[in-house]
Design a binder for this molecule. Structure first.
Ligand code: ADP
Ligand code: MG
Length: 612
């Protein structure tokens, strides 16, 4: 043993919290700890392979890349030994003592709150700590690939701290010895270990042995013929590469020779953790050349908005020693990116056509990425737009339509595709914006999120049809002016408008008689085109206090407006209060934020008057 001092260090707070849960929870699937440790061992060896390929000097060059497990049923220990890159002292402290990724922190916070499934531990970059599910003491010895790095021993009992000391000289790689808990002695039985490996780690691309006996068959599933792969194999492979414990929602496996030689196997997971607020997803597709890993979880091989996809892209054409920098501006990578993205979108469109229910599930979970793509990816916009789904006035709540569905139902003479934004279906349907569309029997798309409006506004048209917001101030659906028979005389309309404009002052740029209203007394329209765009701007500027001026349209057929006109002519001061409230109501219906104090004050005056 080395004589150097033992150093004791504290775990970062989040890790202490995580360990506390890991140590004190009861688990249904405790054996996943092994999957995590084997996956780390495999990662460490992939890194060696990469270093060697890119011509770097690596200690113990000829050491075979393999994982050995050793069990001791008397001492109740399990050892996992790899010939991976190992760790220096600094790397030990950084990798097994701190957490940098915000998603991991979120995961831990979430765990603390309602003790959720520890199965997800590997997906959040803290898989190593699963060791403490089975062990009450972990002793890790490691030797970095760097030629002159010393060996270190890291020891912890999973409570607040760990120890580091220099260790005796050893071969490159890492050895983790688990001192098994009283109730976890089963993991020192070779049969148990072999079973667990077959269950979780059959696709690890390195040989694994238990007490010297080889247990896995290494295979690159994506290069096999589709007909030779069983459903179970696909699922196991997915679980392995995605660190997942469930089945994928979608799977796309395809090979091509032209325009590029490609073997691609992609999966869409069951859940979208980004949506749950666990932070931004990291890309999940790795790049291979003839089964050799070129770049793990590549940022360049697919567009950013496809970061929810997991899988493998293997192309014979890639040079083995391509570096991260050259990946970024390689024309070949860009071409693979384009081809695979196009193929994947085609696949989604096919799924949407053949199994709309399943596509709906996909849309509800991953639609945010399709929207992101539509808004940001010019190359694939055309295909992405076809994947968008919305609720609409023609369908029941929960039924989704595509823009193509809408166009197929458009009425004779209908000039545009119309959409309206609101917080909920109920709010939209209760508001004044739909009235004219109901009368015309035009379908209206409902959008509930500002990003939807942003996209539709940006698209401008679909299949040659204009996209228009239903709250457009200059909307013309060929409605007639209200007649003098049912409403107010034209001369009075003009002076009423002028009077209301006077009362409301700067808040309105114009007051005019409405052609579009049927049941509502008034409607507020944006002086800048549409409120939906204005709301997007409000959200991005966070400037909620600057109310944008409106155009106010009055329904001159409405009894309330007629009565208002009477009061105004009688110089009743209450007319002013009523006009102000009608305007506020219209703004509320437009989804704008109004000053509640002023409003309550005014409403009290109105009630007082009504009661007297
Ligand atoms: P993740 O694998 O998602 O990064 P882990 O908690 O499983 O998260 O591991 C944390 C880090 O510790 C790894 O990223 C790696 O740098 C390091 N590590 C863990 N196990 C090994 C190993 N066997 N060899 C080398 N490094 C390792
Ligand atoms: Mg890991």
């Amino acid at each position: 043993m080395s004589n150097s001092a033992v150093e004791t260090r504290e775990f970062q707070t989040e890790i202490r919290q995580l360990l506390d849960i890991v140590i004190n929870s009861l688990y249904t699937e405790r054996e996943i700890f092994l999957r995590e440790l084997i996956s780390n061992a495999a990662d460490a060896m992939e890194k060696v392979r990469f270093l060697q390929l890119s011509g770097q000097e690596v200690k113990d060059r000829d050491l075979p890349l393999e994982i050995s497990l050793e069990t001791d049923e008397t001492a109740h220990t399990l050892a996992i030994i790899d010939s991976g890159i190992g760790m220096t002292k600094e790397e030990l402290v950084e990798n097994l003592g701190t957490i940098a990724h915000s998603g991991s922190k979120e995961f831990i916070k979430h765990l603390t709150q309602d003790n959720k499934d520890l199965n997800l531990i590997g997906q959040f970059g803290v898989g190593f700590y699963a060791a403490f599910m089975a062990a009450d003491k972990v002793v890790l010895s490691t030797r970095s690939y760097r030629p002159d790095a010393p060996s270190y021993i890291w020891t912890s009992e999973g409570t607040g701290s760990y120890q580091i000391e220099e260790g005796p000289e050893m071969a490159r790689g890492t050895k983790i010895v688990l001192h098994l808990k009283e109730n976890a002695h089963e993991f020192s039985s070779p049969d148990t270990i072999k079973r667990v490996i077959r269950q979780y780690s059959s696709f690890v691309p390195y040989p694994i042995s238990v007490n010297g006996e080889k247990v896995n068959t290494v295979q690159a599933l994506w290069t096999k013929n589709k007909s030779e792969i069983s459903e179970e194999e696909y699922t196991e492979f997915y679980k392995f590469i995605a660190n997942a414990y469930d089945e994928p929602l979608f799977r796309l496996h395809f090979s091509s020779d032209a325009p590029l030689s490609l073997n691609t196997l992609l999966f869409v997971p069951q859940e979208n953790f980004e949506k749950f607020g666990f932070g931004r997803l990291e890309p999940g597709v790795s790049v291979y050349c003839k089964k050799v890993l070129i770049q793990e979880k590549s940022k360049d091989i697919l567009p950013e908005w496809l970061r929810f996809v997991k899988g493998v892209i293997d192309s014979e054409e890639l040079p083995l020693n391509i570096s991260r920098e050259t990946m970024q501006d390689s024309a070949l990578i860009a071409k693979i990116n384009r081809v695979v993205t196009g193929r994947f979108l085609k696949f989604l469109n096919e799924q949407a056509a053949s199994d709309p229910e399943k596509y709906k599930t996909f849309w509800e979970k991953f639609g945010m990425f399709i929207k992101e793509g539509t808004a940001t990816d010019f190359t694939h916009k055309q295909e992405l737009v076809k994947l968008l789904r919305f609720e609409s006035s023609a369908m029941d709540k929960g039924t989704l339509i595509s823009l193509a569905d809408y166009v197929g139902r458009m009425k004779e003479g209908q000039a545009a595709i119309y959409y309206v934004n609101g917080p909920t279906r109920e709010a939209i349907e209760a508001g004044p914006y739909l009235e004219v569309f109901r009368k015309q029997e035009y379908e209206v798309i409902y959008t509930y999120e500002p990003v939807d409006d942003y996209i539709l506004n940006m698209l401008r048209e679909f299949e040659g049809k204009k996209l228009m917001s239903a709250d457009q101030a200059d909307l013309d659906l060929g409605q007639e002016e209200k007649s003098e028979e049912t409403g107010l005389p034209a001369a009075e309309v003009e002076s009423l408008n002028a009077w209301v404009k006077e009362v409301l002052g700067e808040q309105v740029t114009e007051v005019r008689a409405s052609k579009r209203l049927v049941d509502s007394p008034a409607i507020a329209l944006s002086a800048y085109g549409t409120y939906s765009m204005q709301r997007v701007m409000q959200m991005t500027n966070r400037d909620l206090n600057a109310p944008a001026p409106s155009i106010l349209e009055l329904n001159t057929d409405h009894p309330m407006i007629k009565k208002l006109n009477e009061l105004r002519k009688q110089d009743d001061p209450f007319a002013k209060t009523a006009a102000e409230q009608i305007f506020e109501n219209a703004r509320i219906a437009a989804g704008l934020i109004v000053d509640p104090r002023e409003m309550v004050d005014r409403l009290n005056r109105i009630i007082e008057r009504a009661l007297s």
